[in-house]
Unconditional design. Structure first.
Length: 228
């Protein structure tokens, strides 16, 4: 019983992650099934000048590992950075779900025929079969990549680890580019994801939302650091 209590105390911060994961996937899968025909088409003139490049499927898929690895690292190493990362990601993802529900959107950017026949093209075709060209704005691939990199860049855990920061930056940029070169997103989705990430950066990291919440919940804790 004591071990169970210790385990709970050490890992109870996983509960919000699990609950939100269930809510998000249920909501997102519902949208993917229901938003199929009636939606607003997102398009910018620049989209037509961005070539299709199937090789970007590699960084596109690495996004799943990248974001999960960042969250899990902070889960075990730094609870404050973990909460900051979760607040950043969950807020943007929720805004995305609300927008997709109230304003169904999609695009017509995908090529009808693959320009080349190779293993990467086959991987893109598999992606297209499982992921509909709807519910796109703002791009969660872009937003979460920015969130993951910001979390690494701002964390004291990586304060003197320039190599990891550089690798994170290159990967984040590659993922962001992949969303456009694979015709998964319009430039509009990408730009608005940057705007949303900029706003959340100010709220979470400049204002320090986690510290503000702690001050509200524990106003008599004299050991806390003042916000300002």
């Amino acid at each position: 019983m004591k071990k169970l209590k210790t385990f709970y105390e050490n890992y109870r911060h996983a509960i919000p992650l699990i609950i939100y994961g269930i809510i998000y996937m249920t909501w997102f899968c519902h949208l993917e099934k229901t938003v199929t025909k009636q939606y607003t088409v997102i398009h910018m003139a620049m989209d037509d000048y961005i070539p299709f490049c199937e090789f970007f499927i590699i960084p596109y898929f690495l996004w799943f590992v990248y974001v999960a690895a960042v969250v899990m690292f902070f889960f075990f190493k730094d609870k404050t950075d973990y909460y900051k990362t979760c607040i950043f990601l969950f807020t943007g993802m929720t805004i995305f779900l609300i927008i997709s529900t109230l304003w169904p959107n999609g695009h017509h950017l995908r090529p009808y025929v693959m320009p080349r026949n190779n293993v990467f093209s086959h991987m893109v075709q598999a992606l297209y079969r499982t992921d509909t060209p709807t519910n796109l704005w703002p791009s969660i691939h872009v937003y979460n990549s920015l969130g993951a990199h910001i979390a690494i860049a701002k964390s004291k855990q990586f304060e003197n680890k320039k190599g990891i920061k550089a690798a994170s930056f290159v990967l984040a940029v590659s993922i962001i580019l992949s969303t456009m070169f694979l015709k998964q997103h319009s430039l509009f989705d990408v730009l608005t994801a940057f705007v949303l990430a900029g706003i959340m950066y100010i709220v979470v990291y400049r204002y320090d939302l986690v510290l503000a919440i702690r001050n509200i919940l524990h106003p008599d804790d004299n050991s806390r650091t003042q916000v300002g």
